[in-house]
Design a binder for this molecule. Structure first.
Ligand SMILES: [Zn+2]
Length: 184
C-alpha cells in the first residue's frame, strides 16, 4: 500500500521541515495582527513555526516572524503562543500514548530488551525517562528516543504490570512511522 502524501512545511525560524500538521501556522489577520491559525485554514499571509519554545524565543528576539508576516507583533501575542505550544506538546504526548496502546493491543509491541534483541528486523526503541544506564546503552545502538514518561507511566500506558523501561516497534511498521512523525 502506498503511504498517503503528507504535506511538508518549513519552520520560518530554524528552517527544519516537518509535516504541516506538526507545525503551528500563524497568519496576518485582516486587521494586521498576528493570529494563531488553529485549523490551518485561515486565508492570508501565513508562516509556520515549530511547536518549540526555542524557536519562539528566537522568533521573538530576531523579529523574523514579524518580518515574514510584514507586521509588528503585539507583546500580548507571545504569551498566547507559548500557552498554545504547551498544549500542543501535551497533545503530541497523548497521541504517542495512544499509538503505544494500539501497538500493544495489536501484539506488535516489543517489551523489554530481550524481546527487542531477539527481533530480527530493525526496531525503533522508546525508553522511559528514568531508564537505567544499561537500558540507555542498549538503546544507543538503535534508532531510539526517550519518552516524556517514566517507567511507571509507560507500564500503565501499555497495560503492563510495571517496571517497563523500554519498548520497541518494528521500524517498518506504521506505528513506528507514526511515532517518528509525531516526535519531529
Ligand atoms: Zn523551528
Amino acid at each position: 500500500m502506498k503511504s498517503k502524501h503528507i504535506p511538508q512545511r518549513s519552520c520560518s525560524v530554524c528552517r527544519a521541515k516537518s509535516d504541516k500538521q506538526d507545525l503551528i501556522r500563524i497568519v496576518r489577520s485582516p486587521e494586521g495582527r498576528a493570529v494563531i491559525d488553529i485549523a490551518k485554514k485561515l486565508p492570508g499571509r501565513g508562516v509556520y513555526i515549530c511547536p518549540d519554545l526555542d524557536c519562539i524565543e528566537r522568533a521573538k528576539k530576531s523579529g523574523s516572524l514579524a518580518h515574514a508576516l510584514g507586521i509588528s507583533i503585539d507583546n500580548n501575542f507571545w504569551p498566547e503562543l507559548e500557552e498554545y505550544i504547551k498544549n500542543f506538546s501535551v497533545n503530541v504526548n497523548l497521541k504517542i500514548r495512544s499509538v503505544l496502546g494500539l501497538a500493544r493491543k495489536s501484539g506488535i509491541l516489543l517489551i523489554g530488551t530481550d524481546k527487542i534483541a531477539d527481533f530480527t528486523h530493525k526496531v525503533l526503541v522508546l525508553c522511559a525517562s528514568d531508564c537505567s544506564e544499561g537500558v540507555k546503552s542498549f538503546a544507543a545502538s538503535r534508532e531510539n528516543f526517550t519518552l516524556d514518561m517514566n517507567s511507571e507511566e509507560l507500564s500503565e500506558v501499555i497495560g503492563s504490570r510495571g517496571g517497563v523501561q523500554i519498548v520497541g516497534l518494528p521500524l517498518s511498521s506504521g506505528f513506528a512511522k507514526k511515532i517518528m512523525s509525531l516526535k519531529n
